[in-house]
Design a protein around this ligand. Sequence first.
Ligand SMILES: [Zn+2]
Length: 193
Amino acid sequence: MVAVTAQERAPQSSPGLPLAVAFANTLVAVRGKVRDTVGTPEELADWLASEADAPGLSADEADLAAFRALRDAVRAVLRAYAEGEPVPADEVERINEASAAAPLWPVLTAAGAGLAVIQRSGREGVPAALAALAHGTADLLGGPLAADLRACHGPGCVQFFVKDHPRREWCGPGCGNRARAARHYHRHREQSA
Ligand SMILES: [Zn+2]
């Protein structure tokens, strides 16, 4: 039997938003400027704890660089997929490398009178968390939500969302309001021209 350092992981808890989308959306646009919401190793550890069910990790600058490199790859692949464009092979390879860096496997465990499933990882720390993000990306693109993945076309927006309603066009109400204001402005201009 092979001894591994197993890290227990709670199942996915991000309500409504797939992990890969939450990961990609750590880049935001604020008043037309792209901003990274995970700017320091401490912010990375906080994000992994709150969004990726990986509490208690300590992260350093190398971890932050790896997180950003994987995020760039995930964003490029999600965007191409959502827009129906050829998916960049280099970025897919980067995601697959992160995925293979820490194998995960499901483990049945007693939960009250029944059973629960937890994920164990063959590695600990940030590499295991990044592998889980890569797995989440594969789960999203191979799963039922892939067809509804969208890149928001709101003015200046860099977010992704899952089109969970036939009339949903935007990542959130802010983009909807900005787009309506822009349409109103253009209509008004055309009428007064
Ligand atoms: Zn948006």
